[in-house]
Design a protein around this ligand. Structure first.
Ligand code: KIV
Ligand code: NA
Length: 264
């Protein structure tokens, strides 16, 4: 079968169908999520934290993310794979954004890219779309701006909500095919969703968006501390920890490997 495309994503909004997006950073989890029917996989710059162990998304580079994106593309068959442009790979302008996005498309086989911001990145969005690269926007709590926000806090309350709606409309007009809304009040996210013809993808934005996204390690219960908006759909931390302890016990006690694990 073929991959999910921007046309499928647009059609889902017409039919008022909600859909799930998950992050992925390697081939095996990409395969699991692909086979589970997740239509869009995001290689997020959240890899900075959940793969590389940094305490923000700021340090991660295009060089860090391209190989992860290539692995997710190789591990999946049906999902559309979206690559996040990291901090410092598109802010200076159109040419930098084109160079970075082109690397994700050519070297990794990404099908679309995502970048953070509204009015300040419209020239980049227009240039990427003109170059044939589908662009996913990202508004609200944009983690690459954590030092401007002074922490990870809800965005778009009060007056700034109107600004966010204007940014979302501007992204749509610039050609973005969808927009992530992170950590914003649910009524604001619902208003944005109603005023756009492209889909909104919420994370900590309530139930009124067209789609939802979560970092898989949060959703699966591997991350120790998570935000209020995260629901843990599994307890992978316990499953993996128990497996490691059982393995260690059997190696120390001599129960593993047994005859059936050994070559004659
Ligand atoms: O980097 C990321 O994982 C993201 C999503 C949470 C939207 O940008
Ligand atoms: Na991100």
């Amino acid at each position: 079968g073929r991959r999910v495309t921007v046309r499928d994503i647009a059609a889902a909004k017409q039919r008022h169908e909600k859909w799930p997006m998950l992050t992925a950073y390697d081939a095996l989890t990409a395969r699991v999520f692909d086979e589970a029917g997740i239509p869009v996989l995001l290689v997020g710059d959240s890899a900075a934290m959940v793969v590389y162990g940094y305490d923000s998304t700021i340090p991660v580079t295009v060089d860090d993310l391209v190989p992860l994106t290539a692995a997710v593309v190789r591990g999946s068959k049906r999902a559309m794979v979206v690559a996040d442009l990291p901090f410092g790979s598109y802010q200076t302008g159109v040419s930098e954004a084109l160079t970075s996005a082109t690397r994700f498309m050519k070297e990794a086989g990404a099908h679309a890219i995502k970048l953070e911001g509204g009015h300040r990145v419209l020239p980049q969005v227009e240039a990427l779309v003109a170059a044939g690269i589908p662009v996913m926007g990202h508004l609200g709590l944009t983690p690459q701006s954590v030092n401007v926000f002074g922490g990870y806090r809800v965005q778009g309350r009060g007056e700034s909500g109107e600004e966010l709606i204007a940014d979302a409309k501007a992204l749509e007009a610039a050609g973005a095919f969808s927009v992530v809304l992170e950590c914003v009040p649910e009524d604001l996210a619902a208003r944005v969703t109603a005023s756009l013809s492209i889909p909104t993808i919420g994370i900590g934005a309530g139930g009124g968006t067209d789609a939802q996204v979560l970092v898989w390690q949060d959703m699966a219960g591997l991350t120790p501390h998570t935000a209020k908006f995260v629901k843990k759909f599994a307890d992978v931390n316990t499953v993996l920890g128990d497996a490691a302890r059982a393995y260690a016990d059997e190696v120390v006690g001599g129960a593993y490997p047994a005859a059936e694990h050994s070559y004659k």
